[in-house]
Design a binder for this molecule. Structure first.
Ligand SMILES: Cc1cc2nc3c(=O)[nH]c(=O)nc-3n(C[C@H](O)[C@H](O)[C@H](O)COP(=O)(O)OP(=O)(O)OC[C@H]3O[C@@H](n4cnc5c(N)ncnc54)[C@H](O)[C@@H]3O)c2cc1C
Length: 435
């Protein structure tokens, strides 16, 4: 009897994992794509526009999301995590824990009635706590799969044995409070790709950000929060407003290298911030062409094709002022407008600038849970806990048959994450097709 064809396992449904899955599926290889959040998309889904073209992020991503969902060669396990990996290259077995959504995936049609009726309002993780969502929710508007999830720790039924309003209002009878987490075993996996992306320094350590007034002053926000503020589907519906008073800003300052290239935070360069800061300043300027933008930087690291001219365009067409500087202190005036005290490194003078909003370009760090995943799968991490890869085989891990792509092994932008997704797919296919 002919042996069943080998499959590929991709862990992480951000742009890198999505690209790897689509390429493998196109080669006729079956892919099991595991995503721990309720929907795939990763950080790219949270961005408003993307450099270097400043195209709408979700417009590029959405067709790939639905292709992942519809492709018959891809089985998507969302809200799931890998628990155990056994076997050797060419023949791994994997155990997956699929968390209960308390919503039947085959019945929910994402009509939104349950969300409308749910009385609980909780912080929205996708919108970086800038607005509230309900205890039953869609992870984000364009999310795939388009299925609701009940957040057990905030649902009144699970916390107080009261409510069940969503169940009463669901015409499809899709709510199932008795649903249990499920253990799923997948055999016959030829190769595994780890694409679990990144977190940001504020996700684990706010102490460094506190030095810049974050969470002390309402008009100091992080760059990812600012992406959500810029986004038409975000908490401010695409109209940039100060958090403190809802006023439109006239001056915005962007501070680079927050938590990176420092002994107090991460010692490495976060690599993408020089570019996305200029992008955010450009997009904000497109919202209001009288807006003044100031970028405070240590040095500019824009090493990609066309990147330097992107910065020059920022200066020439968007009137962005680049200030080579060291930030000394941030305080606020009586209107909660941040005042930046800095050393101008061109003149060695100490200067002050009052703005309406400060945006902190915070450092990329390895994703939550990577140490455990490294133990489960058996690959090595580097000194910072990114996946260790050799210099001339950037998608290869220390374990045979296990590849990686995207920010989980070092900070990188979307074009490179996509290129690495394709590269990891090709390496996995070599094993699966090569036998
Ligand atoms: C503020 C900001 C602005 C940016 N702007 C741009 C831009 O304009 N242009 C550009 O090119 N780049 C930009 N980037 C960089 C871009 O976000 C990354 O290049 C890209 O998201 C990397 O994709 P990824 O798939 O490696 O990681 P992610 O997007 O982080 O995706 C990883 C996925 O893996 C999932 N996951 C994590 N752990 C597990 C696990 N244990 N099991 C299963 N799934 C797991 C996550 O939930 C997530 O869905 C920006 C970044 C920031 C912070």
């Amino acid at each position: 009897m002919e042996e069943a064809s080998k499959r590929a396992l991709v862990i992480g449904g951000g742009i890198a994992g999505i690209q790897a899955s689509l390429d493998l599926a196109d080669m006729g290889i079956h892919v099991d794509l595991i995503e721990k959040k309720p929907c795939i998309g990763g950080k790219m889904a949270q961005l408003d526009k993307t450099f270097p073209t400043n195209d709408c992020s979700i417009c590029i991503l959405a067709p790939k999301l639905s292709e992942c969902y519809r492709n018959l060669n891809i089985t998507l396990y969302s809200y799931s995590e890998v628990q155990k990996v056994e076997g050797i290259v060419g023949n791994f077995s994997v155990e997956i824990l699929k968390h209960a959504r308390y919503v039947k995936e085959d019945l929910c049609i994402n009509c939104g009635l349950c969300v409308e009726k749910c009385p609980m309002r909780v912080e929205d993780e996708f919108d970086r706590q800038l607005r509230k969502r309900r205890a039953i929710y869609m992870y984000y508007l364009q999310g795939v799969p388009a299925i609701m999830t009940i957040d057990k720790k905030n649902c009144l039924w699970f916390t107080k044995e009261a409510c069940r309003i969503c169940e009463k209002n669901c015409e499809k009878e899709a709510i199932d409070f008795n649903q249990k987490d499920e253990l799923i075993k997948i055999n016959n996996i030829g190769s595994i790709i780890v694409a679990t992306g990144y977190n940001l320094i504020e996700d684990i350590d706010n102490d460094i950000l506190k030095n810049y007034g974050y969470q002390k002053y309402r008009n100091v926000v992080t760059a990812l929060e600012f992406e959500r503020m810029l986004s038409a589907s975000g908490p401010q519906e695409g109209h940039i407003k100060r958090i403190s008073d809802g006023e439109e800003p006239k001056k915005i300052a962007y501070l680079q290298c927050i938590g990176s290239r420092t002994d107090r935070g991460a010692k490495y360069c976060s690599s993408i911030c020089c570019m996305y800061t200029t992008k955010e300043a450009m997009i904000a300027h497109e919202h209001d062409n009288e807006l003044e933008s100031y970028i405070f930087y240590i040095d500019m690291r824009a090493g990609g094709k066309g990147f330097q001219s992107f910065l020059r365009r920022g200066e020439a067409e968007y009137d962005i002022k680049y200030i080579k500087s060291k930030i000394a202190e941030i305080s606020i005036d009586k209107n909660e407008s941040p005042i930046i005290v800095y050393e101008d490194l061109d003149t060695s003078e100490i200067k002050k600038l009052k703005v309406d909003i400060v945006v902190l370009a915070t450092c990329i760090i390895p994703p939550e849970g990577i140490v455990k995943l490294a133990e489960v799968i058996g690959f090595e991490l580097d000194d910072y806990n990114f996946i260790k890869t050799p210099p001339f085989s950037p998608v290869k891990t220390s374990r045979d048959g296990i590849f990686t792509c995207g920010c989980v092994h070092e900070p990188m932008d979307i074009p490179r994450s996509v290129a690495e997704g394709s590269s990891a797919a090709a390496r996995a296919a070599e094993i699966i097709r090569g036998g």
